[in-house]
Ligand binder design. Structure first.
Ligand SMILES: *Cc1c(COP(=O)(O)O)cnc(C)c1O
Length: 360
């Protein structure tokens, strides 16, 4: 067996010991005589798996009692619609557009009501986070929406926007569980798990209970009401059962690693290795304003497209996978999620140094 260093933005690297444990339990989950994939989601055993996963997530994030945790499907994209369908009581919402994902959410919300773009960083290819300390928040806005970590562009909100009392909704897909966060500052936090937590097919929604109501937009399907899933503890219909089981293992792994404070420290250490090199290099440079740099997604360029392509090709041959930047921006991007070992980042920087020497 040989595993590569996988810098994919998502689906992405998972902790090797989680994969190994899942492999060991594949044919016979703890004496059940069957795989988790084969068991009823209504069985006692599966109930234990999903309840443990929720309890561990609650403990890792210190989720307050008045928030529900939902394990849903449809990816982050489905939330782009579910959020307005459930929260747009006045049919008005404010969006801060800091990348493609926030833009898509903003566009989707326009189907359901008046979505206002109250700030954007599109003027400089989303390479920074705009000042959000005093934005023109709409008086009747039902919520203010952000994408907290911009996977494609490598920016992250280091301070949350001043919503002037409005409910904050945040897409945390690519920074979920990378560092501590104060859930009580948000009305709704969600993320597709395939970036930093588990396999594709699960999206986790953490929502304050008062936002879960019957009063959704007319025509909202049963499956797209938060209330449906909250009332059924995420077991209204068949959930993405196997994916939730893997998420549960990753939660245990995070606890074993020391929780989110330890995760943050390790992520800062990893990111610093790469950013420090980018700041010193004469060939490579980062594309993001320094104070807005993400700990998770690190885009960089040489300034020469041919050289970028050569780098991607040679890095792949050397065992570094998925370093090509998003198709919309080009260049390179190293996603260094929780499960990327520090050795992987060090090896990448060594490889970049060598490439720089050979291509100066
Ligand atoms: C990947 C990603 C999405 C899209 O996720 P899907 O699960 O494919 O819908 C949305 N937002 C962010 C921040 C992402 O990183």
């Amino acid at each position: 067996m040989s595993r590569v260093y996988n810098f994919s933005a998502g689906p992405a690297v998972l902790p090797e010991e989680v994969l190994q444990e899942a492999a060991d339990e594949m044919l016979d989950y703890r004496g059940c005589g069957m795989s988790v994939m084969e068991m009823s989601h209504r069985s006692k055993v599966y109930e234990g798996i999903i309840q443990d996963a929720e309890a561990d997530l609650r403990s890792i994030l210190s989720i307050p009692q008045n928030y529900k945790v939902l394990f849903l499907q449809g990816g982050a994209h489905q939330q782009f619609a579910m959020i307005p369908m459930n929260l747009m009581k006045n049919k008005v919402a404010d969006y801060i557009v800091t990348g493609q994902w926030a833009k898509k959410a903003y566009q989707e919300a326009q189907i359901f009501g008046k979505a206002n773009k109250i700030a954007s960083s599109e003027d400089k290819t989303f390479s920074y986070i705009p000042d959000c300390s005093d934005l023109p928040i709409s008086p009747d806005a039902d919520y203010v929406y952000i994408c907290e970590n911009n996977t494609i562009y490598g920016t992250k909100f280091k301070t949350l926007p001043n919503t002037k009392g409005k409910t904050l909704v945040s897409d945390v897909s690519s920074c979920f569980l990378s560092e501590p966060m104060d859930i009580s500052k948000y009305g709704l936090v969600y993320g597709g798990v395939q970036k930093n937590i588990g396999p594709a097919g699960v999206v986790i929604v953490i929502i304050r209970e008062d936002l879960i109501t019957e009063d959704t937009l007319p025509g909202t399907p049963t499956m797209l009401k938060y209330k449906t899933h909250a009332d059924a503890n995420s077991l209204y219909n068949t959930p993405p059962a196997y994916g939730i089981y893997i998420c549960g293992k990753v939660f245990k792994w995070i606890q074993k690693m020391g929780g989110l404070d330890a995760m943050k420290k390790l992520n800062e250490e990893k990111a610093a290795i790469l950013y420090n090199f980018l700041d010193e290099s004469e060939l490579f440079k980062g594309t993001v304003r320094k104070e807005d740099r993400s700990l998770m997604n690190v885009p960089f360029i040489t300034g020469n497209e041919e050289l970028d392509a050569k780098f991607v090709k040679e890095s792949k041959a050397a065992g570094f996978e998925n370093l090509k930047g998003h198709r919309s921006v080009g260049g390179m991007r190293a996603s260094i999620y929780n499960a990327m070992p520090i050795e992987g980042v060090k090896a990448l920087v060594e490889f970049m140094k060598k490439f720089e020497l050979e291509n100066k």
